[in-house]
Design a protein around this ligand. Structure first.
Ligand code: HEM
Length: 502
């Protein structure tokens, strides 16, 4: 397959390329459109940040995303809107079956959410980032002229800077897929399965309008060249005579997840009978990394494509050498969220490997078979923490009556919400059958609700060398869902198309 042209960073919102780590202040404004014409006028002039490198780096950034309801209210024609994927059109909280699959049941059900449930779906997310001390002024600049006529602020989600650590105390943002911006990867033969775990992922897994890991283009609206206003849009790479509203855009999943930090450390402390080392080890086993972010699993024997030498200590690993889960439990959060398996198990000789796999002779074949290849299910994570930090020691003390809420605004980007976020959340994190296990779900995220055919989901097993696994029972619910929605993060030209006068 020929090498494709490189991507157009100037037509892309920056979040696809940057985490804006230096812009330590951020807030996410969830907006309802008051007046479509006023909203379009504001959007046409909005100082949205692109994915181009700037020198010096910017002191602030703005990203804009829309729910499907937002696009409709903004005035996007129904036939164009229908070109987006079904799950984006339906929304995160739209039906019971989706809520069940995502684990949004019991007290996590959308009816209890602060935002994103039936009557409180935002239209637009305006995501503002600034250097320390700069967010107030940047917010005023962004609002500029016409804001009040255009929008009503439904919710303002503040964030906090916990210096690279999420509220439980673990280093966050350690593992990310490397996007193959140059599309070298696309030169692989599509009929040959990939045999090694690779961290290098096709741009089309995150950007609409580019080939993905299946060498296909994901659903997005295409308009004929003649459609009114369409000439502003980039051409569709796979369809001559068509313009691509999706190109250089992505789907953005946002979920507000409150964390019971006290409950987490008190549970680990109880299981460890107050022993500080064991408490830390149990917490680390639930995550699959140390508090500092080092993997519990062993380094891979060979370098992993898409993992730089300086990142190798933290991300140059697979679970191949830990087939029994004695280093990193099968149910640990990172082993569920990215099991790092392949199309076929890695081997020097692909033909032999294929044969061994086909005949079912390799180690751990059952476990590998029930976990599908990870390269189709990667997430680009861009979340931010909120609420004040709490040390382990503080977490063990009784909570004050006015204990503030803390948690994560989980944000992921991907070109296919159902194959990426929804699959990871439901088939890997929430599943009580993941990796052949029973009676457990993700130790951090599980809602502990019984599910069909599985009355218990609150266990956690720690396999041990030479003896029966240690089994923790009765894990409390550590995470509560406060809100969520599916957004479209358009490319810059797509944004101008949506904002055009009509
Ligand atoms: C409050 C909720 C959550 C907490 C506290 C949490 C915590 C963590 C931590 C500590 C790590 C390891 C460090 C890192 O690689 O960044 C991690 C990794 C990860 N998490 Fe979460 N997480 C949460 C929610 C989620 C959700 C909802 C998803 C997906 C639906 C998810 C997917 C992932 C993925 C894909 C990784 C990287 C795995 C890898 O490639 O090794 N997490 N998380």
């Amino acid at each position: 397959m020929a090498k494709n042209a490189s991507v157009d960073f100037a037509d892309m919102q920056g979040l696809l390329r940057f985490g804006y780590a230096k812009l330590t202040e951020a807030s996410f404004l969830l907006l309802r459109i008051r007046d479509a014409a006023a909203a379009r006028a504001w959007l046409a002039a909005a100082p949205v940040s692109t994915a181009e490198y700037q020198s010096p780096p910017p002191a602030a950034a703005l990203q804009i995303a829309f729910t499907s309801e937002g696009l409709r209210v903004l005035g996007l024609a129904g036939d164009v809107l229908a070109g987006f994927s079904a799950e984006f059109l339906a929304g995160m909280s739209s039906d019971r079956s989706r809520s069940r699959r995502l684990g949004d049941t019991g007290n996590n059900a959308p009816q209890y959410w602060q935002w994103g449930g039936a009557a409180r779906v935002p239209h637009v997310a305006a995501m503002l980032y600034a250097r320390e001390g700069g967010l107030g002024a940047w917010t005023q600049t962004v609002k500029g002229v016409g804001w009040d006529a255009a929008f009503e602020v439904m919710d303002c989600l503040p964030t906090s800077n916990l210096y690279g650590v999420e509220p439980f105390g673990f280093t966050d943002g350690v593992s990310q897929p490397t996007i193959d911006w140059e599309q070298q990867h696309m030169m692989r033969d599509p009929n040959e399965p990939v045999l090694d775990y690779s961290n290098l992922v096709a741009p089309g897994e995150f950007l609409l309008g580019y080939p993905n890991e299946y060498y296909r283009y994901t659903d997005r609206p295409l308009l004929s060249d003649e459609s009114e206003g369409a000439s502003i849009l980039p051409g569709a790479e796979d369809r001559t005579g068509m313009r691509d509203l999706g190109r250089n855009g992505s789907y953005l999943v946002m979920r507000q997840l409150a964390q019971d930090v006290r409950g987490f450390w008190k549970f680990a402390n109880g299981q460890a009978n107050g022993d500080a080392d064991e408490r830390r080890q149990l917490a680390q086993a639930m995550v699959g990394r140390t508090l500092k972010g080092d993997p519990l699993a062993q380094a891979a024997e060979r370098p992993i494509t898409g993992v730089d030498a300086e990142d190798a200590a933290q991300n140059g690993f697979t679970f191949d050498a830990d087939a029994n889960g004695t280093r990193c439990p099968f149910g640990a959060h990172i082993r569920r969220a990215n099991p790092r398996t392949n199309d076929l198990p890695g081997a020097e000789n692909h033909l032999i490997s294929k044969l061994v796999h086909t005949l079912g002779f390799e180690d751990g074949s059952f476990r590998d078979d029930v976990i599908s290849p990870t390269r189709f299910h990667r997430l680009l994570r861009r979340g931010r923490e909120y609420g004040p930090g709490l040390t382990q020691q503080e977490a063990l003390e009784p909570a004050p009556s006015d204990d503030p809420e803390r948690g994560i605004h989980f944000i992921s980007l991907g070109a296919n919400i159902s194959r990426q976020f929804e699959f990871v959340q439901s088939a890997w994190l929430m599943s009580s059958k993941f990796g052949g296990m029973t009676g457990e779900s993700d130790p951090l995220l599980g809602n502990r609700e019984p599910i069909s055919g599985c009355p218990v989901t609150s266990g956690f097993s720690l396999p041990r060398e030479g003896s029966a696994p240690r089994r923790l029972e009765g894990l409390p619910q550590f995470i509560a869902v406060r809100g969520g929605a599916y957004f479209f993060l358009p490319g810059i030209r797509a944004l101008r198309y949506l904002a055009r006068e009509r």
